[in-house]
Design a protein around this ligand. Sequence first.
Ligand code: MG
Length: 344
Amino acid sequence: MIDLAVRHFALPLRHPFTISRGTVEVQDTVIVQLHEDGCFGYGEATTNPYYGATVESLSRRMSDATPLLRGVGADDLDAMLTAIRAAAGDDMFACCALDAAVHDLWARRQGLPLHRLWGLDPAAGPASNYTIGIDTPDRMVRKLAEVPDWPIYKIKLGTDRDLEIVRELRRHTDKPFRVDANCGWTPRQAIELSAPLAELGVEFIEQPLAVADPGMAEVRRHSLLPVFADESCGVESDVEACAGLFHGINIKLVKCGGLAPARRMIARARALGLAVMCGCMTESTVGISALAQIVPELDHVDMDGAALLAGDIASGVVVERGLRRYPDRAGMGIELVDGPLPRA
Ligand code: MG
């Protein structure tokens, strides 16, 4: 019989992390652990005020899966996924953590890495960017200088000095940039900024406008850089609407409810001719190891979450200088630093 434990961790960040909406210094996160016959499965969802995810709501929804999972076997992936969807309801963050834990447990019981069970080559897929949060241009340059070996940098924008920031950073590296305005621009700003940003070696723009901004089609038509949806592409049903408004989508496991929906979104996006990126929150290695399982299927990835932390709570897939190193372990390869959670 599957048992379930949930625990909240506070993850201190290496630097306060600022985007156009606010600053985070400590990231609260909730870990769910499934256990059957000596095999464990782990999943994670961070809290997020923008999406209404709190420690209490996440813990409650995850715990709600206990009776439903007790009725199914850990070798029946579809039955477990149906059970956790029923428990999580419309809470995609909780669903994501449960979905990862279910996949992890299922793969561990078969003694193979999850990506191998899907037929994916871990050596395939893009290198990750490293994200530079909003700060004074000087401090952003210092953050960049701390991590000189990453192959791509994602720069958070949405300030009144965006061009100055990118120009200043460009003086210190030749590596490609991508920028993320997190809904912070007007259509006119997005179109006007696209030309100088392209000249400065920016490869694409993530979420220039607010989600419902009617100017997005015009931005897609006139921007000199490809535009990717992040906040505009949350769940599976959003993918369709992104075709025609964006060149690509940024899937996040917490937004869409986990690996199973994310893989369906990738397939749908491909059919619609959209490029596919996956992103992360500031998750620990638990969440990053889940994301690592699907990276071979992507065009771009932002999986620096654990690298932005001052300390980690788990070992698993390591991302260093943008490259993934998978542990030689079954499932998603996760082990909590302090050992398994006590049973509830
Ligand atoms: Mg984004």
